[in-house]
Design a binder for this molecule. Structure first.
Ligand SMILES: NC(=O)c1ccc[n+]([C@@H]2O[C@H](COP(=O)([O-])OP(=O)(O)OC[C@H]3O[C@@H](n4cnc5c(N)ncnc54)[C@H](O)[C@@H]3O)[C@@H](O)[C@H]2O)c1
Length: 388
């Protein structure tokens, strides 16, 4: 077989699917904390599994949890405005924490302290301090805490790790990543993404966490050393951006754009940018440069945590410069969100490891918090993650 054929052969097949745990005899009792937008994708996934019983839901807004479960024609589900009361009364096994970012750490810690396993939405938290506290509670309680990064279950995303780990790129030294939307400040259905007291971070946390995970996961999460970050909010704070709803500009208290230069251990640097709004179609493809090869991962027009087109490997063969295109892989079996939920349920059943573990995502969070802090201080800062 020629060298060229050998390289392509390495990446022909989608990674094998994870084995699924045997179903429990008793149904897994599921609760929801927060029944807004993303809770819909969680409940649709849970409803596909016959070993699950949707028992209860809590939302701060009176009546919201009732309306949520009625939409799915679920009867007998108990509803609350206070998640602590729900946990006290409902004998739950697991909860999906689907609250806005500022309400991630508190409910997730409380649930673990009361014996529940937790599927927590992304970004893990707003600050690194909160993330550290959360990880300590996870360790003390021995509960399972998985973070809601569904792109992890996309075979194309998994292929990035397979390529990097295969060694075909050699030693990785530079990554350009990020993503962007031209006009995509998430507002309308809710304003919880744009306010400081609910979101805490803007584009850098909301979609930046995906870009970072795409690349850091492929590199097996090296430790970050320093970051020089920049954030801005020129669109979010401009009433003209919203046409019919200029009032959002006053509520806008987070970033709509961020850029950063991040140094990682093993002499790797990341050149990062992310945008909810900008005068540009995309913030550029992700490129990974190594000593033996390069990888281009096409960006999506509206960054959504997927690969935007066939990836390309650039390398040399017999002294010639060659390129290999990797076709987009179709999803096999469960969808991304269904896999995120099922893998969490399987970890709960088997007392296995969290499918998207905090030991990795705390690094993602440390970089996001580092970008925000460095931008505030206007200088490069060290990233230090305390012992858990
Ligand atoms: N994985 C994904 O694809 C994805 C997609 C969208 C959003 N998200 C994440 O999900 C989270 C929620 O986003 P959303 O679009 O559902 O927002 P949302 O504003 O529509 O819903 C959040 C809900 O949480 C409720 N809530 C907040 N604090 C609470 C508390 N302490 N107790 C009970 N209820 C509480 C709010 O009242 C609201 O109904 C965000 O962190 C976001 O980043 C993830």
């Amino acid at each position: 077989m020629s060298n060229d054929a050998k390289i392509l052969d390495l990446f022909k097949d989608a990674p094998a699917e994870e084995p699924v745990a045997p179903r429990a005899e008793r149904k897994i009792r599921v609760g929801f904390i927060g029944t807004g937008g993303i809770a819909n994708s969680h409940i649709k996934a849970y409803l596909q599994f016959d070993d699950v019983e949707i028992v209860a839901g809590a939302d701060l807004v009176d009546g919201k949890a009732d309306a949520f479960f009625e939409k799915y024609e679920l009867e007998g589900v108990r509803t609350y405005t206070d998640y602590k009361q729900m946990i006290a009364e409902c004998e739950l096994d697991v909860v999906s924490v689907c609250t806005y970012n500022r309400q991630h750490a508190g409910p997730a810690m409380y649930a673990m302290q009361h014996g529940l396993d937790v599927l927590l939405e992304k970004p893990m938290t707003v600050t690194l301090d909160e993330a550290v506290e959360l990880c300590r509670v996870e360790k003390q309680t021995g509960r399972i805490l998985s973070i809601g990064f569904q792109p992890r279950f996309d075979p194309n995303m998994q292929m990035i790790g397979k390529i990097v780990r295969s060694g075909v790129l050699g030693k990785i030294y530079y990554i350009q990543t990020g993503g962007g939307r031209r006009h995509g400040i998430p507002v309308g259905r809710t304003d919880s993404f744009i306010k400081d007291d609910t979101a805490g971070v803007g584009a850098v946390g909301d979609i930046g966490c995906y870009s970072l995970d795409m690349i850091l996961n492929a590199l097996d999460y090296p430790r970050p050393l320093t970051v020089s970050g920049y954030t801005s909010a020129f669109f979010g704070q401009n009433p003209a951006y919203y046409s019919a709803h200029p009032e959002y500009a006053e509520r806008f208290g987070v970033d709509d754009f961020a850029a950063a230069f991040i140094r990682l251990e093993n002499d790797i640097v990341i050149d990062f940018r992310i945008s909810w709004a900008m005068h540009m179609d995309t913030a550029g493809d992700t490129i990974v440069l190594g000593t033996k090869g390069g990888l281009r991962i096409p960006s999506t027009e509206c960054w959504n945590g997927t690969v935007g087109g066939p990836m390309k490997i650039y390398t040399e063969s017999a002294g010639a410069q060659v390129e290999y295109e990797l076709p987009i892989l179709p999803l096999k079996g469960l969808g991304r969100v269904e896999s995120k939920v099922r893998s969490f349920l399987d970890a709960h059943l088997t007392r296995g490891k969290a499918p998207v573990p905090t030991s990795q995502i705390i690094i993602n969070q440390a970089i996001i918090s580092g970008i925000v802090e460095s931008a505030k201080q206007g200088r490069e800062i060290k990233i230090e993650i305390p012992e858990i």
